[in-house]
Structure formats: C-alpha cells, structure tokens
Design a protein around this ligand. Structure first.
Ligand code: SOE
Length: 387
C-alpha cells in the first residue's frame, strides 16, 4: 500500500495527543500502513505554524476546506471543538478521505447520521476517538466477559467523574456552550461511558435520567474561548448545557444499569469507571488506576474469596506490544497509540474500525434520549440501528 498522508485539524490538547500517537505507532507496533504527518490546520496561523514545528508535520494551513479535498491527503484527523466535526467529516468523507474524529461525534443525531451517510457512500474507514475502550485492562474485562468467566451479566454500574467544572470561578469555555459543544458533561465525558457500556454489555433499549446544571453562569474567559481554561474576565455568561446526568438503563439483553456523569465532583480528576456483576463473578475498572482490573470469581476458594487485582502487563490485550514487564505501567499515550494502530490496521485491511461512525450514531441517539428523559422525566426508548 502507498504511503498515506495525514492532515490534522485542530492543534489543542487532542491535536497534541494524536500527534504523539501518530509519531510512536510505528515504533510501538509497526505501522500497518506507512503514514506521513503532512499538514496541520488551525484557524489561528501562529498556532498552526507552531504546531507543525512542535508536532513534526511538514506543512501548516489555516483553512480546513482547502486541505481536506487535496489529492495528496489520505487521512483527515479531526481534533477541533464539537461544532466543526460534522462539516469537516462530511467534506473529508465525500472527498474519499479516511476519517478519525474526536468525540462526541456531533452536535445532533441528525448531524451524526449525515456524517455516517457521507462515509458510507464513499466507503472510507471511520473511527471515533473513544480512547478509553482501548485501555488494555478494559479490553481484558471484555475478554473475561466474552469467555463467560463472570457468567451471565446481571448489572452494569458506570461513572465518569471530573472536578474541573466544580469551581464556579472556572471560566465559561466552549465546553459550557451549547452552540459550540452541543451538550455539556454528557457529550464531553458521558459518551465515553456509553461507549464502554455498549462494548462490554450491549445495546441500550431505554433510559430514564435526571439531568442538572449546577452552575448556571460563569465568568467569561479573558483570553481564548477555545483554549485551556485560562484567565477569567469580570463579565459573566450563561451556561446552557448540563453539568450532571444520572441515568438508569435497560439494555436490550435484559441487563440493568446505571451511569453517573458529572464535572462537579471535587477530588475526582478524570475518573471513568464501572463495575459489572455477573452470575459467577464481578469485574471493576477505574481509569485513575488504569493498570489495574479488579475481579472476583465465584469459583475461587471460600477462604481466599474476594476482589483481587490483575495488574496490566504483557498478558492482556495489546500489553505484549507495549512494555515487557507487568508493573512498568501503561498510560494515556499508550491507549491513544492503540487507538491509532487499530484505525490504521482497519485501513490496511479495508475493514470497519471500532468504534466507527455507525457506533457514533447509536451513542448520539442514547445521549439524546438521556437529555430528553431529563426533561420528560419518563423512560425514553432508543431508536435501534438500521431503524
Ligand atoms: C474534558 O472534560 C476532557 O478533556 C474530555 O473532553 C475528554 O474526552 C476526556 O478524556 C478528558 O477530559
């Protein structure tokens, strides 16, 4: 296969993470296709120029429209705020480029469906950056479930707790703005747990939620709206998205679940986790201890029964390709690199990647139903794929 040229759109935190991943994939795993980090795009020329030098791209540009249709570009990597995902992804897919896109997929279910339709028409490979699912310990949970090691799943208890939004003086960045973000905590971090729940348990049938905004106004940012939190100005602006969503779930396979997501949980910095209880055992995972998977098997001897910790290493999925000794520790860049490896492998084999735009549409439908239920107060059914 010929060398594929990558265009990265967006130079913030995620642009940086993806750039490190694309740089190290060949070293860690041996890249399934040869790639060149060709052009980096940011509407701010200085940021684009600096990023191309710092992240190791050949060129920089300020207009994604010109770049995504260039004949020499093969892969478009979307790391911009949520309101631009749909236009960039649709233009790129229509131009026949493979697309990897940061989460959440889109601002609305309709936009997500349009992105999926555009990619389906040209047959390009798509991937959504729900990176936490690639954590080797979480993939180990999937392996244990698939092998029936905890029996039949009974319940799923998921959460994603952060605290960067808990302080009312944290400025109103784009993540608190419906026009730019589509939704708040739910789209930003809740969709990661929805992705994990679909992977580990299965499709959602219906949801019943409480959704709240705890801090209805915040100081406007003194500097860039899109940058890191930064300085606050003395003027205030309205928060028009959710701070918290608490959801009960009926899965299509009869499993019952809950998901709690908030950015107002002091002390919890980036805590995505879950417990899954089965008829023959339990599994627990918490991203702040991403190298550990806690398990309890009903068949263990009674005098030594209880949760025990499996520490990630070469025996878990992808662990063999990372570091040779359990206990050396895997981290955020490792999982971002696994994500990119999986995407490039799908391109090389001309197969769908996971999670892809079809998964994304389903996640958007679930997130939308959670917000609707937050208003209606009743159970909301989820439209199933293909219907
Ligand atoms: C902010 O809440 C954020 O950067 C999310 O947007 C990411 O998806 C999450 O992984 C870390 O926190």
């Amino acid at each position: 296969m010929k060398k594929l040229n990558v265009a990265l759109v967006g130079t913030g935190f995620m642009g940086k993470a993806h750039s490190i991943a694309t740089a190290v994939v060949p070293i860690l795993f041996g890249s399934p296709v040869e790639i060149e980090r060709k052009v980096v795009v940011d509407i701010d020329e200085e940021l684009a120029r600096n990023a191309s030098a710092q992240y190791g791209f050949t060129e920089y540009a300020t207009d994604w429209r010109e770049v995504v249709s260039r004949p020499d570009i093969d892969i478009v990597d979307i790391c911009t705020p949520n309101d631009t995902h749909a236009p960039i992804a649709i233009a790129a897919a229509k131009a026949g480029k493979h697309v990897i896109c940061e989460k959440p997929m889109a601002m609305t279910v309709a936009d997500a469906e349009a992105m999926y339709a555009a990619a389906k028409e040209t047959g390009v490979v798509t991937m959504l950056s729900y990176n936490y699912r690639h954590t080797p310990a979480l993939q180990m949970a999937k392996r244990l479930i698939d092998e029936g090691r905890i029996g039949k799943i009974l319940t799923f208890r998921g959460y994603y707790l952060q605290d960067w939004g808990a302080d009312p003086s944290t400025p109103l960045s784009w993540r608190f703005n419906k026009e730019k973000a589509g939704s708040g905590t739910l789209g930003d971090i809740g969709t990661h747990v929805i992705d994990a729940a679909r992977l580990l348990v299965g499709e959602f049938e219906s949801v019943n939620s409480i959704v709240k905004t705890f801090i209805p106004e915040r100081p406007l940012p003194a500097g860039r709206f899109f940058g890191p939190a930064g300085q606050a100005s003395s003027e205030k602006g309205k928060v028009d998205v959710d701070d918290m969503a608490m959801t009960m779930i009926k899965f299509a396979n009869g499993v019952c679940g809950t998901i709690e997501v908030t950015r107002n949980a002091w002390g919890h910095h980036n805590q995505l986790g879950f417990e899954i209880h089965g008829s023959r055992g339990s599994i627990a995972f918490d991203y702040q201890r991403l190298n550990e998977l806690r398990v309890a098997f009903a068949d263990d001897p009674q005098d030594a029964f209880g949760f025990r910790t499996i520490y990630s290493g070469p025996h878990q999925p992808f662990g063999d390709k990372l570091w040779p000794v359990a206990g050396m520790g895997q981290g955020y860049i490792d999982i971002k690199s696994i994500e990119w490896y999986n995407f490039l492998k799908a391109i090389a084999e001309n197969k769908p990647a996971s999670p892809n735009f079809a998964d994304g549409v389903q996640i958007e439908r679930i997130a939308d139903a959670i917000l609707v239920s937050g208003h209606s107060g009743v159970w909301e059914n989820i439209q199933q794929a293909g219907r």
